[in-house]
Design a protein around this ligand. Structure first.
Ligand code: AMP
Length: 392
């Protein structure tokens, strides 16, 4: 794969596919600029090198038609503020008007195109639509890791029609950290897997077992494993239909000599609310009407000890219902242990990022992936079409 710092961009029309799928309030105000910030190094680099910048993204799921609330227009102010430069908004992403505007651009100019998904060709990875996008540029840069697991015209088919294609710095980081975690990891390599359901993580567990030295299981899914091992777990989450699969995973871990750690105690309550009375008990003693909602202190010690001396940690999924204070301690304590371990730590997918941010430990992690679904599919061992297109 080529990277942005290997190509000459002077006076070239450079199309950057970013992920500006930002959250907005009802008035259309952007409520978090995190995703815009994530691509600023790539954008600034291209500007320094004298490019004419055409920036494109999706926002929400407008399903191939124009939906005003999903316009990227409000992002102009955010982007322009972060870059301290004027950004011109074009109210479409293809067509004559857009081509004319791009034709008039000078070195250092920036345009933000309207939502790519207003056109049905985007999600269909349509060659005709990709050709129209490609007509706007000399160079294509992909910096939208979060959509790499879906082939779209702007991250897949477009690469067939632009001669020079490369990854931006955000994508480069994702690729390099992924390699450090999954391709050539320093051992011991540990996976911490939590979250609600075994069924969501089955692909990932199957793939990780082939690569890691230890797996630590927390969150709601741990109770399905505990049930599969023969324990009663009260009203804790349990996917009955996954019990067999859970047994097979435990057996496979044994066969592969992978240390497979389950919680030994839990924080339990009679309801999943912040005001409820919470107790701690061993996983064999969960009363009938109680729910396990976090790992307990003995499990925190067990898991923290298991992280001592390891070289690489991959973490997906919280250890408990961290959104509620009484059930957040396990996730926060484990985040601290990951931070203290000195290992290379790669975090990603769903709520893990939010939990670590809440614990105030984001800066202590080696890398937090920007991709939810893309990160998970990568851990599952799948080929991501967006990445594959660039590698071609
Ligand atoms: P996931 O998206 O699969 O990573 O799941 C994250 C969600 O799992 C979070 O919203 C947590 O509140 C939830 N969760 C974690 N532990 C438990 C638990 N013991 N019982 C119920 N939900 C849980």
């Amino acid at each position: 794969m080529k990277y942005i710092d290997q190509i000459d961009m002077k006076d070239k029309r450079v199309f950057i596919r970013v992920d500006f799928n930002v959250p907005m309030d009802k008035e259309g105000k952007v409520t978090s600029d995190k995703r815009v910030r994530a691509s600023i190094p790539t954008i600034n680099y291209a500007l320094e090198k004298g490019a004419k910048l055409i920036i494109a993204s999706h926002l929400g799921r407008p399903k191939g038609k124009r939906v005003e609330e999903m316009s990227l227009k409000p992002v102009v102010k955010v982007l322009s503020g972060l870059l301290q430069k004027e950004v011109t908004f074009l109210d479409d992403c293809v067509g004559e008007t857009v081509e004319q505007a791009v034709g008039k651009m000078k070195e250092g100019d920036i345009v933000l195109l309207e939502n790519l998904r207003f056109h049905p060709g985007e999600d269909k990875n349509d060659a005709g639509f990709a050709k129209q996008l490609a007509a706007l540029c000399d160079i294509y840069i992909d910096d939208a890791f979060a959509v790499s697991h879906r082939a779209a015209a702007s991250n897949s088919a477009i690469t067939e029609f632009v001669k020079t294609c490369a990854a931006g710095f955000l994508l480069k980081n994702e690729v390099e950290y992924f390699k450090k975690a999954m391709v050539n990891p320093a051992h011991p390599l540990v996976a911490i897997i939590g979250g609600a359901k075994v069924s969501d993580k089955i692909g990932l567990l199957g793939n990780l077992i082939e690569k890691v030295d230890k797996i630590l299981i927390g969150g709601g899914m741990a109770f399905t494993f505990l049930r599969a091992t023969g324990y009663e777990t009260g009203k804790s989450l349990c996917e009955e239909e996954m019990l067999d699969t859970a047994c097979k995973i435990v057996d496979k871990a044994k066969q592969k000599n992978v240390q497979f750690l389950l919680p030994v105690d839990a924080v339990i309550a009679q309801s999943a609310t912040a005001e409820t009375e919470a107790n701690v008990c061993g996983v064999k003693e969960i009363p009938k009407d109680w729910i396990g909602l976090d790992i307990g202190p003995a499990t925190i010690s067990l898991f923290s000890d298991a992280l001592k001396g390891v070289k690489t940690i991959i973490w997906n999924g919280p250890m408990g219902m961290f959104e509620l204070a009484p059930f957040s301690k396990g996730t926060f304590a484990l985040a601290q242990s990951v931070a203290d371990s000195g290992a290379l730590s790669i975090i990603g997918g769903g709520d893990t990022d939010t939990a670590i941010k809440k614990a105030g430990l984001s800066a202590k992690m080696s890398y937090i992936s920007t991709g939810g679904g893309a990160f998970l599919e990568w851990l599952e061992g799948k080929i991501l079409p967006g990445i594959a297109a660039l590698e071609k």
